[in-house]
Design a protein around this ligand. Sequence first.
Ligand code: AMP
Length: 274
Amino acid sequence: MRAYSSYKDIIKLVNKVDSVGLVPTMGSLHDGHLSLIRRALSENKKVIVSIYVNPLQFDNNDELKKYPRDIKNDLQKLETMSDILAYVPNDNEIYQKDEKKKKYNFGQFTKIMEGKMRPGHFDGVATVVEKLLKMFNPSNAYFGEKDFQQLILIKALVKEQKLKVNIIGCKTIREDDGLAMSSRNKLLNSTDRESASNIIRLLKKAKQLYKSSTLEETKINILKDALMIDNLNLEYFEILDTSKLSGFLEQEEEIRAFIACKVGNIRLIDNITI
Ligand code: AMP
């Protein structure tokens, strides 16, 4: 494994390779990221792992500042893997001076849940992912279902830009108690970490309730339950048919429950299929 700060150096190495995978990350790598990377390695000859905390996708400067960064450790985790090219750009490599995020219009699904709670977030994500996809022109790019709305966004982006890349959604990897792995988990203190383990409990409870109750009853029950959890403030809880998230993508019908909450000061999201 070698790390590169210039995309041109990577292109020279992969331009004759017939299958290249891309795994975009913001670093502080954990087993969730590594599962995407392993899947990419099993399906491509070379895999580019980008590690870049994209300032344009943070709606809040404080969140950007406190986002965990651990590049030395990240590169160590990739060290033993062959066929990996780590792309570790600085801001000037990605953006022109004072460059603003692009404005996209992917319709209603970018205005609910994460789109509603974090205005401009998806424009920031799409801006950087469009750049990465156009830079490297990969055969396949890998994204986690943990960020399900983001996964749909990227599929919509690829369709709109007519890019020739397969977008591959990968299952959410969890800690032993079910908490979805996230770089932000390491910012939780021990009591908040305990509260955070309720996120998957709420999602699973919703799955149970939804079998025998209405959508409204299920939501009310979950909202009441969430109120009882120390230091956990629910931002939203939704149950949606994901095939309706974007009208212009052909998605199979699938009902998912989505949650976003703050545990202490740390914002966490998760979803499961129900
Ligand atoms: P991030 O570094 O948080 O931007 O995540 C980079 C990629 O890893 C995104 O496609 C995420 O959806 C994915 N990812 C993050 N956490 C997990 C997880 N626990 N399981 C699977 N994929 C994940």
